[in-house]
Design a protein around this ligand. Structure first.
Ligand SMILES: Nc1ncnc2c1ncn2[C@@H]1O[C@H](COP(=O)(O)OP(=O)(O)O)[C@@H](O)[C@H]1O
Ligand SMILES: [Mg+2]
Length: 471
């Protein structure tokens, strides 16, 4: 190492040590190469002990080695260190396209600080709601939420329209749909378009919280309510979501005992903290979501019927991606662009064949899976163009096989404005085309919209073909 390099490393260490946040840097082998004073103070681990060690040996619940591998930054994640929930950022450093190091940042304004900020924020919100009876929603808020939901298929357009109507009321909304279809995204959009848009949006994943903690999470607890309870108590989600929206995700996983408690809050608009006596008032818009067949659960007696009726005032069903394949090209191009921008690389293109392959896939994980696949494509493919073989390789790694249901496609074009897909068939396959279309119509009992979807083509394209073949 020359003098100049050594000098700049010294400067870097000094800067890192004077930072208020805890900072740790690992090299390509996930060994710690920087460990600043703040990190050392917080963990009680001496710098000399940490340097040169594999990060998993030094830091609890670390994921820096995972980020080294994936190359995907993780911002604002929760990590439990020394028994405390901390907010961390994990940022990969690239050189010539390769990840050469990862920086981990530990933000000391931890979760409890965030709760405090949230509470403060809410109080001002409450005041502003009380002082203005004006429930008009500013135009820019409306735009942000609708832009986030990509898709021009009839199904998604109808769902968005219903969501827009639902948002204007304060009625409960039950969102159903498979995992990864965008239920949370819809819940957020409804909140942002609702009269409570200036209030908080509080999301609780009922399936992720152990049963015995659910009550104190939802309703809060008083000082000394149980051993290990935080001093001064803790507000519950119903309190935090006052004059805002409470989103109860995976409501189908809510134990029966909690179901009756929730029913009571909905009826009385009052909640009581665990260990508390005085009820608090809660005016909250409730949105729930589940990927379970909730009607069946009601029949089987695992979900309370009375609660079901309370939650199901407005029902929003989000169709799976395979039922709206027209949306796939739009989603792909949106996420390719977004992710490339995030990583600061010039945007990549899919070849037509690659797109055909992705269209033929059934997407059991829906849009969440699509986003993951795009992230992986971007981080694994270095070329500007992502080819069909890149796609196959990616899917082989996850041991999913693509259905070669488009063997007859030679050329494919997409009109990005309308998301219409134009397919050109191989000459020798033209004769088969009539048969394929006839079959698709047979399988869907003559339902043209369904047949078009099955074929992955736009309805208008199907109508043209029907005319062409006198069908
Ligand atoms: N229509 C959509 N347009 C753009 N992104 C979407 C859409 N639907 C879902 N997503 C994205 O897919 C992921 C999963 O969505 P999410 O709302 O968490 O699904 P769910 O709650 O149904 O499991 C999120 O990253 C979300 O932003
Ligand atoms: Mg979800």
């Amino acid at each position: 190492m020359n003098n100049y390099q050594e000098h700049s490393l010294d400067i870097l260490s000094t800067i890192l040590d004077s930072a208020y946040e805890g900072i740790v840097v690992v090299n390509e082998s996930a060994e710690i190469i920087h460990f600043n004073d703040a990190y050392s103070r917080f963990t009680g681990i001496k710098k000399a002990e940490a340097l040169g060690q594999h990060v998993t040996k030094i830091i609890e619940n670390t994921r820096l080695h995972n980020v080294l591998e994936s190359g995907i930054p993780e911002r604002g994640s929760l990590q439990i260190i020394n028994g405390q929930e901390m907010i961390v950022h994990r940022i990969p450093i690239r050189k010539d396209g390769r990840v050469i190091a990862v920086i981990g940042m530990l933000i000391f304004e931890g979760v409890s600080e965030l709760y405090k900020i949230l509470e403060k924020h809410q109080q001002t919100d409450r005041k502003s709601i009380i002082h203005s009876n004006n429930l008009v929603i500013p135009e820019e808020k409306r735009k942000i939420t609708l832009e986030k939901i990509i898709g021009k298929s009839d199904k998604i357009a109808q769902t968005k329209q219903l969501a827009r109507k639902a948002a204007k009321t304060l009625a409960t909304v039950l969102i159903t749909g498979e995992s990864g279809t965008g239920k949370e995204l819809f819940a957020q959009s409804i909140h942002h378009l609702s009269p409570y848009c200036d209030g908080p949006f509080i999301s609780v994943n009922c399936a992720a919280i152990p049963d015995h903690l659910l009550e104190s999470e939802l309703f809060g607890y008083e000082d000394g309510a149980f051993t290990g309870a935080r001093k001064g108590g803790k507000p519950g989600k119903f309190e935090l979501a006052h004059e805002g929206t409470l989103f109860l995700d995976e409501i189908g996983d809510m134990p029966l005992s909690m179901q009756s408690k929730i029913l009571r809050v909905l009826q009385e608009k009052e909640g009581i903290r665990v260990g508390g006596v005085k009820p608090y008032r809660t005016n909250t818009r409730i949105i729930t979501a589940t990927n379970k067949a909730i009607e069946q659960m009601v029949q089987q007696g695992t979900f309370r019927e009375d609660l079901y009726y309370r939650l199901n005032i407005i029902r929003l069903h989000i169709p799976p991606l395979r039922e709206r394949k027209e949306d796939i090209p739009l989603l792909l191009s949106y996420y390719i662009e977004e992710i490339c921008q995030k990583y600061n690389i010039s945007t990549k293109q899919l070849t037509n064949k690659a797109l055909v392959q992705l269209l033929s896939y059934e997407w059991p994980g829906n849009i969440r899976e699509l986003v993951n696949i795009v992230e992986r494509m971007i981080s694994l493919v270095e070329k500007k163009e992502i080819s069909a073989s890149d796609v196959s390789l990616l899917f082989n790694q996850t041991s999913i096989t693509l259905q070669p249901s488009y063997p007859m496609v030679e050329k494919l074009e997409i009109d990005k404005q309308t998301s219409t897909i134009f397919l050109e068939l191989k000459a020798e396959k033209k004769l088969e085309e009539r048969e394929i279309i006839t079959n698709a119509l047979k399988e869907t009992n003559g339902n043209k919209a369904k047949a078009a979807r099955k074929l992955g083509i736009h309805r208008s394209t199907l109508y043209d073909k029907l005319k062409q073949f006198n069908l």
